[in-house]
Ligand binder design. Structure first.
Ligand SMILES: NC(=O)c1ccc[n+]([C@@H]2O[C@H](COP(=O)([O-])OP(=O)(O)OC[C@H]3O[C@@H](n4cnc5c(N)ncnc54)[C@H](OP(=O)(O)O)[C@@H]3O)[C@@H](O)[C@H]2O)c1
Length: 302
């Protein structure tokens, strides 16, 4: 039997339509247009695509998108100066620095410089601390998007064993915190695995909900998955794959694939997210949501 597909693209479209309505109401009431400043340093092709997607999504939702495209040679102090200006600018409600930054720049120092009130990625230590105490300011976009996907698909997390592969600050750790929270979309029993985890397949096979955030193409195979499990694939990797073209000829194409071997795992899982069209569109959507909420709080505090 084949798993049901969790259509992140469709869900993202629905949530974006809700956000667009909320933005319109907010603008009417306050005469303030929520604005997101996005900073991109260098020419990383994947980052350029992500940034373009964020910009387009922002504009479509009725928000202002302020793009700062800086050259690879930008120094830490130049970047800190820009962030300092945006922190003080009352017309900017969210600030996002596209990662990765060039190696010469201390990423943590830059991210820590964004005021927590405008930190729509929820990377600032203050925001991370608030999340861990269950009183979040902003929720981190990818884990929040996944939580929404589960909740809106009526997938129960309460009492379920959620296994996360990956312990990054961006996905794995905050995902664990959200699933641990009390209430809807939380109350799970959470196990976090990483590259030093022993007997990984034994653990993943116990998962009711398996979340893969590894960064290795098609790492999770069918033998690692419990029958009927919910499988969430966060990975975005490029891989040469053999396809048959319209003339019946085999050829190699460079494809975007997840951390889960979709073809084999879909035969075992109960639910599965595709790549593309799963977690990715929801991540961008939650940035919009955080920007709107940031604007709401900043206007209320004036
Ligand atoms: N769809 C989206 O919106 C979105 C958003 C963010 C990221 N992503 C994608 O998600 C993936 C993960 O991103 P990330 O930023 O979390 O990556 P990351 O910082 O590189 O972290 C990867 C994690 O996977 C673990 N890992 C690596 N090899 C492993 C193995 N063989 N067995 C078990 N664990 C292993 C690492 O363990 P150690 O800690 O021990 O090294 C690490 O904790 C990437 O493909 C990224 O492009 C997608």
């Amino acid at each position: 039997m084949s798993a049901q597909i969790l259509d992140g693209k469709l869900m993202a479209e629905n949530i974006r339509a809700e956000i667009k309505d909320e933005v319109a109401k907010f603008v009417e009431e306050t005469k303030v247009q929520p604005a997101l400043a996005v900073i991109l340093v260098g020419e990383n092709p994947a980052s350029q695509v992500y940034v373009r997607n964020k910009e387009a999504a922002c504009v479509k939702a009725g928000m202002k998108s302020l793009m700062y495209r800086l050259p690879e040679e930008t120094t830490s102090s130049e970047l800190l100066e820009l962030i300092g200006k945006l922190n003080k600018d009352a017309d900017v409600h969210g600030i996002l620095v596209q990662l990765p930054l060039p190696k010469s720049i201390d990423e943590k120092k830059i991210l820590d410089a964004i005021v927590p009130e405008k930190d729509v990625d929820a990377f600032h230590p203050t925001n991370v601390g608030l999340i861990s105490q269950g009183r979040p300011n902003f929720l981190p976009c990818t884990p929040y998007g996944i939580q929404q996907l589960l909740v809106r698909s009526k997938i129960e997390t309460k009492g379920k064993h959620a296994v996360i592969i990956g312990r990054s600050d961006i996905v794995g750790k905050p995902m664990a915190l959200l699933l641990l929270q009390k209430g809807l979309g939380g109350d799970a029993t959470v196990t976090v695995c990483h590259s030093r985890t022993a007997n990984l397949p034994e653990i993943t096979k116990q998962a009711d909900i398996l979340i893969a955030a590894i960064g290795q193409a098609e790492f999770v195979t069918a033998d690692m998955v419990k029958p009927g499990a919910v499988v969430i694939d966060v990975g975005m990797n490029r891989k040469e794959k053999e396809v048959v073209d319209e003339n019946g000829e085999k050829k190699l194409v460079n494809k975007l694939v997840g951390d889960v071997d979709f073809e084999s795992v879909k035969e075992v899982a109960g639910w599965i997210t595709p790549v593309p069209g799963g977690v990715g569109p929801l991540t961008v959507t939650m940035i919009l949501y955080n920007t709107l909420n940031g604007a709401r709080r900043q206007v209320a505090a004036r």
